[in-house]
Design a protein around this ligand. Structure first.
Ligand SMILES: NC(=O)C1=CN([C@@H]2O[C@H](COP(=O)(O)OP(=O)(O)OC[C@H]3O[C@@H](n4cnc5c(N)ncnc54)[C@H](O)[C@@H]3O)[C@@H](O)[C@H]2O)C=CC1
Ligand SMILES: O=C(O)C(=O)Cc1ccc(O)cc1
Length: 301
């Protein structure tokens, strides 16, 4: 049985539009309604026939929904939830796709007290944004991490998990705080490093911009893809997942200082041992068949 009959998607960018496309492709009888705060995005969504219906207000989009999925930047979740509070049917489930979970859950609880809130995070995406960047197969073979509150209704949790399975994702359950720590090191810190290194290269005085572009070898090119990711989305992730990111950044800085010291003192063994350990990690990811499948760091479609 389908987990939901009428799904509303709020925020029709990369993830919201991919979810709309995936639901229509994989569950064609489900009615998909969309809303975005940006009128230009709503126009585009209508032009490309993204949903069965696009409404001009948030409230109108949820009046007959049995699931509402918030697909807006993480620090906009509370405002988006507050806008639907008066029109949300009593038995509707509210979910989201935010890249960090504890802060978003707090925002949703504050905006929608007493409502059924089952957050999730599809660990799948690209550096692109907007309604035309989405695609129906984005979630296939990827993880979707569902982070229910401790007292969540198990039936509601299972319905949200089943939605993600239906669009091709593998589902994992996680505590929100643990999710935030894991994703801080596997996703948020790598983005911060990419933003930094591309910024550092572009600030150099003795190396021209055109030399950076012309001679960018594999490593730097990969960083430029990640550093092209949406500024609003990532500003919000770093501020909303501040504690976990600062904790991982502290550890990273200490490890970087150890490497700096090894180079300064010609400690080749230290360098060789670390590089051998990290190569083994890459190989075990490939052996587990997760290279290009999941998680999705470093892949564009
Ligand atoms: N981009 C990625 O690779 C991934 C993003 N995510 C999460 O998905 C969410 C959406 O990200 P993207 O789709 O990439 O962003 P996006 O920038 O492509 O789309 C976000 C959309 O939300 C709309 N919006 C902003 N505030 C709103 C509000 N209050 N009410 C209604 N609409 C509003 C914007 O107009 C925009 O169209 C974020 O929370 C992000 O952390 C999760 C997994 C991967
Ligand atoms: O484009 C990439 O490599 C990504 O890392 C995509 C991504 C961005 C944010 C997420 O929360 C999950 C996946």
């Amino acid at each position: 049985m389908l987990p939901f009959a009428r799904v509303t998607i709020i925020g029709l960018g990369l993830i919201g539009s991919s979810l709309a496309r995936a639901i229509r492709a994989d569950m064609p009888t489900v009615r998909v309604t969309g809303y975005d705060a940006d009128p230009a995005v709503r126009d585009t969504a209508r032009r490309i026939d993204l949903c069965d219906d696009i409404t001009d207000t948030a409230g109108a989009s949820v009046t007959d929904a049995d699931l509402v999925v918030l697909c807006v930047p993480v620090r906009a979740m509370g405002a988006a939830a507050a806008e639907i509070a008066d029109d949300l049917p009593v038995d509707a489930i509210v979910s989201d796709v935010g890249s960090c979970k504890a802060d978003v859950l707090a925002q949703l609880n504050a905006a929608l007290p007493g409502r059924t809130i089952i957050p999730a995070h599809p660990v799948a995406g690209t550096e692109n944004s907007g309604p035309e960047a989405g695609f129906a197969t984005l979630f296939k073979g990827r993880w979707s991490i569902v982070t229910p509150p401790a007292d969540a209704d198990p039936i509601a949790v299972e319905r949200v998990a089943e939605l993600w399975r239906r669009v091709g994702a593998d589902v994992e359950m996680m505590d929100p705080a643990h999710h935030d720590l894991v994703l801080a090191v596997t996703s948020h810190l790598p983005h911060l490093i990419a933003y930094t290194i591309v910024g550092t290269a572009s600030d150099l005085e003795n190396v021209t911009q055109s030399e950076v572009i012309k001679y960018s070898a594999g490593g730097f090119r990969d960083f430029t893809r990640i550093a092209a990711s949406d500024p609003t989305m990532w500003r919000d992730v770093f501020l909303a997942n501040k504690d976990a990111v600062l904790e991982m950044l502290q550890r990273f800085s200490e490890d970087l200082s150890a490497l700096q010291r090894a180079i300064r003192w010609n400690d080749g063994d230290a360098l060789f041992n670390l590089f051998t350990r990290t190569r083994a990690i890459r190989r075990s990811i490939i052996e587990q068949g997760q290279d290009d499948a999941k998680p999705d760091f470093g892949r564009s479609h």
